[in-house]
Design a protein around this ligand. Sequence first.
Ligand SMILES: [Zn+2]
Length: 248
Amino acid sequence: MTTSPPLLRADDAGPDRLKALLQRAATGRDGQAWSDLWTELYHNGSLDPAHPLVLPTLADLAETDEADTAAPALHLAGALLVQADQQHETRTLRHQYAPHVARLLDAANRRRQVTTDRNDYCHLLEAILNLEGDIHWAEALFWGLISEEYELDCPDPDGCATLWVVLGERGHFTSTEDHAHADDADTFPLHPADPRTLRGLGRRLHDLALTDAHEDIARALTHAFGQATCPECRQPFSIAAQIATVPN
Ligand SMILES: [Zn+2]
């Protein structure tokens, strides 16, 4: 049996690398450090999200008054927890760091009231849902609100078409074309939910957005939790239910 010196060195270097990146991220002015943390903790897993430095440090950063550190700390922590839930099919990471997750969630709910930028607010609601851990499609839900479109499959069992749900400045419609190529002939209008009849998650998010003076997000949520029409088979379907089926 042979050993692998490069791998051993990488393992040994992990905690030092992690510590250095977290320290750089804590300055609030080092976007590259946050980008590297996303890559190495989330995308390629070369650093371990269960390391005792990760969630406790992110909780510390989330509690600062500096949006430049608090907001990315909340976003990353939420994403790491959801990814761990899905990869391990257990909630071990959440349970292991339960006090820190509770601190992160408190910090996120405090930041809701002072976050005025639309996209920052979307990322914050995403982080709250991810920290709570009840659903695993918050990233897809809010990514669509930020980019103003969802790419979804028709819910027809035969998967009749891939379609685009556009909601934003260019209108509110479905099309089988990316909205850049859509013309009026092949688009179908969305049917937003009546805010008074919204239930469950849609109701809660809509009311949070209104409470925090993000009326445009509240309005966009009535579309995301409303109905769309498949341009191919003309069947109506629930947009949110279809977002929930998209694998991360
Ligand atoms: Zn269809």
